[in-house]
Design a binder for this molecule. Structure first.
Ligand SMILES: Cc1ncc(COP(=O)(O)O)c(C=O)c1O
Length: 268
């Protein structure tokens, strides 16, 4: 079978959903105009590591060749121009997630892995903390375990079982069951004995969509974890401490232009 008939076969089966059907341009038009260089290459990582389009490159070239951007940490007109454009970019990202700048900051990193590393390095782990992560998770999220364990915290995976979807007015409480897996912990020698300001901080990490299985997680999970932490941790020894649960949502739908969350469900 040649590639044209293979495509015909594929369209017969999946035609309705093929190639961004509701977008201003479908995938074939986008490839023909924006990604001519891809030609016969099959590039399967567009959702994880998006290729830059021709119009993006043209816009960047035009801007960089007509503007003078200086060191952003100074007061000259060139520096203020940099500060201005970086500030606008941060605001665009926050708008995309419906996130208020009063509650959230946008921090640019070299990629998803670097951002998760930063969380692992700076989270206020203590020997009473727990790092909880859904079984379906990204490799780089799993890396956070090492930072948690090195501070004496516990780390464990959880299975998330979801029932039928509930409307916005209904409580998501009874809709979800979390089952803990084996708890990992390193020796406690030399670890912090208390959390910051007497509190214990826990971190729960899950993806909006699993890269491997394609399973989508209900954004209500953020609210449930924050509000029902006692139920979630009831079988654990850690719930006797005064604690605060933070959620880390690994957002991997970005390059498809569909933020899976909004301010109402926002993770920390
Ligand atoms: C398949 C795949 N490609 C690329 C990336 C991007 O990773 P990074 O931004 O750390 O380079 C990810 C991360 O989610 C991924 O899962």
């Amino acid at each position: 079978m040649n590639s044209e008939s293979e495509k015909g076969q594929f369209l017969k089966e999946f035609g309705i959903n093929y190639g961004y059907p509701n977008a201003p341009k479908n995938i074939d038009e986008i490839r023909a105009t924006e990604f001519k260089r891809v030609k016969d290459t099959v590039y399967l990582d567009h959702a994880g590591a998006t290729l830059y389009s021709e119009s993006q490159m043209e816009a960047v070239f035009k801007d960089l060749s007509s503007s003078v951007y200086g060191n952003p940490h100074s007061q000259s007109s060139c520096s203020l121009a940099s500060e201005d454009i970086v500030g606008k970019a941060r605001q665009q990202v926050l708008n995309f997630f419906n996130a208020s700048p009063r509650e959230y900051s946008c921090i640019f990193t070299s990629g998803a892995t670097a951002a998760l590393k930063l969380v692992g390095e700076t989270f206020p782990w203590s020997s009473h903390s727990s790092f909880m992560y859904s079984m379906e998770n990204h490799n780089s999220v799993l890396g956070i375990r090492e930072y948690a364990l090195s501070k004496g915290a516990a780390a464990f995976a959880v299975d998330i079982e979801e029932g039928t979807h509930l409307g916005e007015s209904e409580s998501p409480k009874s809709n979800l069951e979390l089952t803990q897996h084996h708890i990992q912990r390193r020796s406690e020698g030399g670890v912090l004995k208390e959390g910051m300001e007497g509190n214990t901080y826990n971190l729960f990490a899950f993806p909006s969509e699993c890269n491997f299985s394609g399973r989508k997680f209900d954004p209500n999970l953020v609210k449930i974890i924050k509000e029902e932490s006692e139920r979630i941790l009831e079988s654990s020894q850690y719930c006797r401490y005064k604690y605060k649960n933070y959620t880390l949502l690994f957002e991997n739908s970005l390059s498809r232009g569909i933020p899976s969350t909004n301010a109402k469900f926002m993770a920390d």
